[in-house]
Structures are given as structure tokens and as C-alpha cells.
Design a protein around this ligand. Structure first.
Ligand SMILES: Cc1cc2nc3c(=O)[nH]c(=O)nc-3n(C[C@H](O)[C@H](O)[C@H](O)COP(=O)(O)O)c2cc1C
Length: 148
């Protein structure tokens, strides 16, 4: 099974999440490919069974240019028959905007007819032990659904 991970990260927290997830998925037998959003094209998801987007949220309800561009590419795709998962790091002091871009992308994948494989994992700032366990658990769910 192939998993494509695309991540957006300014200060490294989401890159750390993507790295943890990629290592988990490799341990669980997936063939993985991971790209930073600025160097990825959403059409690369078409070669994967599992499409993953890991993102920060900056800017209270808006998207940075790099994730807005990727979002526009994603919206053009038909991902019928593929699974997806979204996750990301934010900060709860932003209230209703906590991890908002994670949920924006969840809606976009659903609009592309992809099937959500596991609930979004949202964490605060850098991944701590609890966050790592949540990512590990999500990876196990992905493996159970795709290999089980
Ligand atoms: C200017 C600024 C705006 C932010 N806006 C939000 C926000 O709207 N919602 C949120 O959950 N976190 C917000 N954050 C927190 C970041 O998303 C959080 O620090 C995240 O871990 C950064 O991920 P990165 O290290 O991958 O860039 C903001 C941080 C900064 C500095």
C-alpha cells in the first residue's frame, strides 16, 4: 500500500508530526513518500492509496499562500476509491480557529470523494508523548483499515 504525505510547516512542529507518521507507516508496511507542500502537486495523490495532509494553521481562518495554492489543486481532483487523513498542530489560544486549516482540508478531501480513514489528529505546538501516541494510534488505524 502506498501512502503520500504532504506537510506544511514553518517552525517544524508539523514536519515532526509528518516524520513520526511516516516512520510509523513504514514500520506497518506502507510504501511512503513525503513532501513539503511548496514542492508538491496535489495530483501526486493520484498514485497513492492513502492521501495524507499535515498542516499548521496561521492567520485565524485564512490560509497561507502555499497551502491555498495546494488547496486549489486538490479541489480539482477526483479521489474516489482512495482514503485520506488530515492532522496538524495549532494552538488552543486561537479558540474557534484552533487547527482550522486541518478541518478546511478535511472538507476538501471529502468534496473530492475520498474516504476518511481516521479522525483528524490535532495537537498543540510541538508533539509531546501524548501527541506521539495519538499519531501512532492513527497510523495503526490506517494499517488496520487498509491491510485488514
Ligand atoms: C501569527 C500566528 C498565528 C497563528 N494562528 C493560529 C490559528 O489561527 N490557529 C491555531 O490553531 N494556531 C495558530 N497559530 C499556532 C501555530 O499553528 C502553531 O504554533 C503550530 O504548531 C505551528 O506549526 P509549524 O511549527 O509546523 O509551523 C498561530 C501562530 C502564529 C505565530
Amino acid at each position: 500500500m502506498k501512502a503520500k504525505i504532504v506537510y506544511a510547516s514553518m517552525t517544524g512542529n508539523d514536519e515532526d508530526m509528518a516524520d513520526i507518521l511516516e516512520e510509523d507507516l513504514q514500520d506497518l508496511g506502507f510504501e511512503t513518500d513525503s513532501s513539503e507542500v511548496a514542492f508538491a502537486d496535489a495530483s501526486e495523490y493520484l498514485d497513492s492509496d492513502l492521501c495524507i495532509f499535515v498542516t499548521y494553521t496561521y492567520g485565524e481562518g485564512t490560509m497561507t499562500d502555499e497551502i491555498a495554492d495546494f488547496y486549489d489543486q486538490l479541489k480539482e481532483l477526483d479521489l474516489s476509491g482512495k482514503y485520506f487523513a488530515v492532522m496538524g498542530s495549532g494552538d488552543k489560544t486561537y479558540g474557534e480557529h484552533f487547527c482550522e486549516n486541518v478541518f478546511d482540508y478535511q472538507k476538501a478531501f471529502l468534496a473530492c470523494n475520498a474516504t476518511e480513514i481516521t479522525a483528524p489528529v490535532t495537537i498543540e505546538n510541538a508533539p509531546d508523548d501524548e501527541a506521539i501516541e495519538a499519531i501512532d494510534q492513527a497510523a495503526r488505524e490506517m494499517a488496520d483499515k487498509l491491510n485488514g
